[in-house]
Design a protein around this ligand. Structure first.
Ligand code: SF4
Length: 410
């Protein structure tokens, strides 16, 4: 099962505040008054202080040494500088943060004030992820983004001048109005910008987002009729792989590309099933049982009002070794390096791994997986249909599921 050993922890801090709501977004994020920012950060600090007691109560190991921190959301850069300082101060009081820890903050272009940038540098932030989505201004605006291409490029320059050189840009294939030509242009600008990392997502419209409701119910406010077809989106994604790889941004996960040595260490933790603690709204944790082979997964509530007033316990489920084995397949297959069969057998035993090999053979026959005997990987087609592939590894009902008292947020 997942090894505890002298494992280090990853910390995920959810900041659910944005300046505006994107049309396709259905995250637990929104536009809230500054007074809520202060109350929310107070809660985060309190929850981090209570995390050790909660872990002990749940019977899971909570490593004190932290080697990756990720502030996501939402748009963490909307926090006032004094709140950024308070949050990182509390984090460093509660945990021993490695001197070479990767510390990432998601920022919205055009929303990084000079004082905010100073506060991020002061806090030790060494990686920034910019939610660009498109370098074509009209596509960004139609999606509800407030920035322009020139603002993004200026922010990248400011971040580098401040000493933050490990920079990620997110792009989305499938925005309303996007065409093959405009996608090529976005990719060219991204590559010319010299960023060290890119995340490229194929738009999946949630039916509860404003765009999703318009796609289902009709209307013209969010330009639903201009959303490209699934085939066009798939072609954009394949083109991104070709072009980014050609520019030295190697694909290492379905949606992620990076220069050698600058892959996202925090996100790799999720796919490699290394422990992390999520603090804040709608935050997930994965921690290993202190004695025994189970893994605890938990997720906190996603309603900000309730979270600030009277937080409910996190929803938790214990993953048995069978369930962990399934996860090892569908998380490991996300990575281009694939799933190593010897390592799987070493961790889960021959018998358990053998139960998955029928599904593997069938998926190889369908052209969605490839195998060189030692390693199993997604094919290019498998990456486009990855959810179908992962579904094949979900067979065993989890045991010991349920809602337990407490949660990392409490
Ligand atoms: S910035 Fe991110 S979290 Fe905020 S509304 Fe847009 S997509 Fe959602």
């Amino acid at each position: 099962m997942a090894a505890i050993g002298k494992e280090r922890l990853g910390l995920y801090i959810s900041i659910p505040f944005c300046r505006s709501k994107c049309t396709y977004c259905n995250f637990a994020s929104g536009v809230y008054p500054a007074s809520d920012h202060r109350r929310y950060v107070d809660r985060l600090v309190e929850d981090m202080r209570g995390s050790g007691a909660w872990a002990a109560k749940m019977g899971v190991a909570l490593p004190r040494n932290v080697d990756t921190i990720y502030l996501g959301g939402g748009t963490p850069s909307v926090l006032e500088p004094n709140l950024i300082a308070a949050l990182f101060g509390a984090m460093r009081e509660e945990f021993a943060v490695d001197p070479n820890a990767e510390i990432t903050v998601e920022c919205a272009p055009g929303q990084i004030a000079d004082e905010t940038l100073d506060a991020l540098v002061e806090a030790g932030v060494n990686r920034v992820s910019l939610g660009v989505q498109s370098f074509i201004d009209r596509e960004a605006h139609v999606s509800g983004r407030l920035h322009s291409r020139s603002v993004v490029l200026s922010d990248l320059g400011r971040l580098r001048a401040a000493g933050i050189r490990n920079l990620n840009v997110d792009l989305i294939a499938g925005l309303a109005g996007q065409t093959a030509a405009s996608w090529e242009e976005s990719l060219s600008v991204l590559m010319d910008s010299g960023v060290t990392h890119a995340s490229v997502y194929m738009l999946e419209v949630d039916e509860d987002s404003r765009l999703g409701r318009e796609m289902l119910g009709g209307g013209a406010r969010y330009y639903a009729e201009l959303v490209p077809t699934d085939d066009a989106i798939a072609q954009m994604y394949e083109r991104a792989i070709e072009r980014l790889e050609g520019a030295g941004l190697r694909q290492y996960e379905i949606s992620n590309f990076g220069q050698a040595g600058l892959l996202s260490r925090h996100n790799l933790r999720y796919w490699k099933r290394r422990p992390y603690l999520g603090v804040g709204l709608d935050a997930s944790s994965m921690l290993l049982e202190s004695s025994g082979g189970h893994v605890l997964r938990s997720t906190t509530m996603d309603d900000l009002k309730g979270f600030l007033a009277a937080p409910e316990p996190a929803e938790t489920s214990w993953l048995s070794p069978d369930r962990q084995h399934e996860e090892a397949w569908f998380l490991g297959l996300r990575l281009n390096e694939g799933v190593n069969l010897s390592e799987m057998r070493g961790e889960f035993g021959n018998e358990r791994v053998a139960t998955a090999l029928d599904a593997v053979s069938e998926l190889i026959d369908r052209g969605l997986l490839t195998s060189d005997r030692e390693t199993v990987r997604l094919t290019a087609q498998g990456r486009l249909l990855s959810n179908d592939v992962f579904q094949q590894f979900l067979a065993t009902p989890s045991d010991r599921n349920g809602v337990a008292a407490g949660g990392p947020a409490r």
